[in-house]
Ligand binder design. Structure first.
Ligand code: GLN
Length: 408
């Protein structure tokens, strides 16, 4: 098919894209996108019969009560469209949940949009709130969706490094990333892939910059309950001065082990929510109605559920870190979320991709090459990410296979 080297522009700006579409029916918007490496690794794991420690999803069952609630909702014929921005009882349950955990008051009528997972919540928010040429600050390494999300909305990403071993940012570097063109910052805390939990001081510094430069703070808080040691989650929206400039994105996926349900939400001030709801409506109409109904049961689970979630994941973290260290990988101890970043420098591999390929094909364990979390692939070429949201048997099986990596 004929190639199409025409410049793609939104208001004269091409989103920083340099690749031309491969044919006249491919848009410039996608010309530069790579396949999601995370999801590709899951396919490779299946193909090679490898233990999948790549894509972040649990291989253990969701809580019985919420599965029951979903079945009952379908049986009771909650099977037609919910209100496009979310069923009223589910939004009210979200209001109660934010009161219960963070003493935060949100208006379910004007400040919540229920979406198809936080993935849709993020892209709907960016499409609704950013204009072509606006700048958006991303912390790097970043969860791989944020870059294409920014590009789809026409925004220019500005990357700020999280530095190992603690994965904290340099204050001067962060400040230098802001300008009068900055429209938003995307923050993921607890952080995927580093496991960093941003401290109150870091959040306050970032919040001050958002106020000074009059920009939005878009927070992905999907791992809010997966915290270790003495960590505590502080939603930035609860900090002084940030109530009106935070867009909080979250979902049922990780907290309730239902990544396939695709039920997420966005909390934002009414004027912003108005825009987000419009984009959401035209993109998807709405999230699954019976699963929103079951979400009410999920959000109302007792405190013990949330405590046990953290304790169980902390045990899995400890086991996984010990197992990875025992075969010669250098780990960075995560403070939250369910991934371990590892330094593969002790192994003689030309790149993280070559190492991940060897792991999945020869050793029988799938992980995510670190370069997929960086703009410049070389910056992540010594890193690899393992997910530990897995049953003990799965982690043990991975551990056994990884013994083959053990050196001399
Ligand atoms: N957040 C998970 C990860 O980083 C899953 C992402 C996805 O594939 N939707 O692996």
């Amino acid at each position: 098919m004929e190639s199409c080297p025409v410049a793609y522009t939104i208001d004269g700006y091409n989103g920083g894209m340099t690749s031309a579409p491969v044919n006249r029916f491919q848009s410039f918007r996608v010309a530069e996108f790579k396949e999601s490496v995370i999801r590709e690794m899951t396919r490779l794991a299946i193909q090679h019969g490898a233990v999948n420690l790549a894509q972040g999803f649990p291989d253990f069952p969701a809580p019985a009560e919420i599965k029951q609630a979903a079945q009952e909702a379908i049986a009771a014929d909650v099977n037609q469209y919910a209100i496009t921005w979310g069923s009223k009882p589910f939004r009210e349950a979200l209001r109660d949940y934010y009161r219960r955990f963070y003493q935060l008051d949100i208006d379910p009528e004007r400040e919540i949009t229920v979406c198809c997972g936080s993935t849709e919540g993020m892209i709907a928010s960016l499409l609704a709130l950013l204009n072509a040429g606006d700048e958006v600050v991303l912390f790097e390494p970043f969860y791989e969706n944020y870059w294409p999300d920014s590009q789809l909305s026409g925004a220019v990403p500005r990357f700020v490094r999280l530095n190992p071993p603690d994965w904290t940012f340099d204050r001067a570097e962060l400040r230098a990333a802001f300008s009068e063109r900055t429209r938003a910052v995307i923050l993921n805390t607890p952080n995927n892939p580093t496991g960093h939990v941003f401290s109150q001081e870091e959040l306050a510094f970032l919040g001050d910059l958002c106020q000074e430069f009059d920009c939005l703070l878009i927070t992905d808080e999907i791992y809010e309950h997966i915290l270790f040691d003495t960590q505590r989650h502080v939603p930035p929206i609860t900090l002084p001065g940030l109530r009106d400039r935070c867009v909080l994105v979250n979902s049922l996926s990780k907290t309730f082990s239902v990544t396939g349900w695709r039920v997420g939400w966005v909390i934002a001030p009414p004027a912003l929510t108005g825009s987000i709801r419009k984009v959401h409506d035209f993109l998807t109409v709405g999230a699954a109605a019976p699963l929103q109904q079951a979400g009410i049961t999920a959000l109302n689970l007792p405190d013990a559920y949330f405590r046990e979630l953290a304790t169980t994941y902390e045990e899995k973290r400890n086991e996984t870190v010990a197992m990875l260290e025992s075969v010669g990988l250098r780990t960075y101890l995560p403070k939250g979320a369910y991934y371990v970043m590892c330094d593969i420098s002790p192994f003689d591999f030309p790149s993280d991709v070559a190492f991940a390929k060897h792991l999945v094909e020869e050793i029988g364990v799938a992980a995510v090459p670190g370069s997929s979390f960086f703009r410049d692939l070389a910056d992540g070429a010594h890193l690899i990410r393992f997910c530990f949201a897995k049953r003990k048997e799965t982690l043990d099986a991975a551990g056994e296979r990884l013994q083959k990596l053990r050196r001399g």
